[in-house]
Design a binder for this molecule. Structure first.
Ligand code: SF4
Length: 262
C-alpha cells in the first residue's frame, strides 16, 4: 500500500471478529491482553512530536504514508482519535507528504476544509457487504455501511481521490450476497482493491472457495474496466490452478491481474 505507515493508536474500537490480524498479532506478542483491551484504544500521545522529529529527515524519501495498518484513523464516534488524525494530516500536508487512508468509520467532511484539503491524498473505506446484520456480527462497532459510502461520496464530489478495499470478502457459507450490488454502490471511486478472507476456517470450509474467489475477482475486474476504475486484485486471491474450467474471457482477464505488478 505504501512505503511508510503511521499507526497513532494502540487497539481499535471497531473490534472486527474476522479475526482482525492486528489484534491477533498484538495479542500474540503480549502488547494487548484481551479483546476488551483491544477495543479500548489508547492514542499515541506524542504522535505529533514524533512527526516533527522524523519528517525533516524523511520527507524527501517518503512516497506515501499509509494510515493505518494496525488501527483505524476514523474510528466510529471516537472523537479523540479522529481529531488526532486530522492534526497528523495537517502536519503531513505542511511537508507535502502524501497520505493514503482507510477506515471502517466515517471520513469526516472536514477533509474538504481549506487547511486539510489535499488533492494528492487518497481516502478509502473498507466495504465487504451491504448487510447491516453482517456488519453487526463481524465488524460490531464500526460505522454503518450507508454512512461510510455517503461520507466517501462527499469527498469524491469535492474533487478528492477515493478508493474502496473489498477485503476480506466473505464466501457464500458466511453470507449470500450479490457483489454487483456492492460494486454499484461504490461506482464513483477511483480505485477498488479486492481480496479474499484470510485466517479463518470459515472460508476453507467452503469447498468451492477457489472457484468462488476467481469468479468474484473476475466480476470486480470487469466492473472496474467498464467504469474506468483502477483495480488491484490482492495476491493469493486468484487461484491459477482453478482457472481451467472457467469461461475463456475470465481466464484471460484474471491472467492479466496475476501478471500485473502490485
Ligand atoms: S477496523 Fe481494522 S484495525 Fe480495527 S478491528 Fe477492524 S480490522 Fe482491526
Amino acid at each position: 500500500y505504501a512505503d511508510y505507515a503511521l499507526n497513532h493508536a494502540e487497539g481499535c474500537a471497531h473490534g472486527c471478529t474476522y479475526p482482525c490480524y492486528a489484534f491477533v498479532m498484538k495479542k500474540r506478542c503480549g502488547v494487548i491482553s484481551s479483546y476488551k483491551d483491544w477495543i479500548q484504544p489508547k492514542i499515541v500521545e506524542n504522535a505529533l512530536e514524533l512527526l516533527d522529529k522524523e519528517l525533516p529527515r524523511l520527507k524527501n524519501k517518503i512516497k506515501q504514508v499509509f494510515m493505518c495498518f494496525t488501527t483505524d484513523p476514523f474510528m466510529y464516534e471516537i472523537e479523540e482519535i479522529n481529531r488526532l488524525t486530522l492534526k497528523i494530516l495537517e502536519r503531513l500536508n505542511r511537508d507535502k507528504v502524501k497520505a493514503i487512508l482507510i477506515t471502517k468509520g466515517v471520513c469526516t467532511d472536514q477533509l474538504t476544509d481549506k487547511q486539510l484539503y489535499n488533492e494528492q491524498n487518497e481516502y478509502g473505506i473498507s466495504l465487504v457487504s451491504l448487510s447491516e446484520a453482517f456488519r453487526e456480527k463481524h465488524e460490531p462497532f464500526s460505522a454503518p455501511y450507508k454512512k461510510r459510502i455517503e461520507a466517501l461520496k462527499k469527498l469524491h464530489d469535492a474533487g478528492l481521490k477515493t478508493w474502496v478495499s473489498i477485503e476480506p470478502y466473505p464466501t457464500p457459507n458466511i453470507i449470500r450476497q450479490n457483489i454487483r450490488d456492492l460494486l454499484e454502490s461504490i461506482s464513483f471511486v477511483n480505485r477498488i482493491v479486492f481480496g479474499k478472507w484470510n485466517y479463518s476456517r470459515l472460508t476453507t470450509a467452503y469447498i468451492h472457495n477457489k472457484e468462488f474467489y476467481n469468479s468474484m475477482a473476475y466480476e470486480v475486474a470487469s466492473f472496474c474496466e467498464c467504469h474506468a476504475i483502477e483495480t488491484h486484485i490482492k495476491e493469493g486471491t486468484i487461484s491459477p490452478s482453478h482457472l481451467g474450467t472457467g469461461r475463456s474471457s475470465e481466464r484471460v482477464t484474471l491472467a492479466n491481474y496475476m501478471q500485473a505488478p502490485s
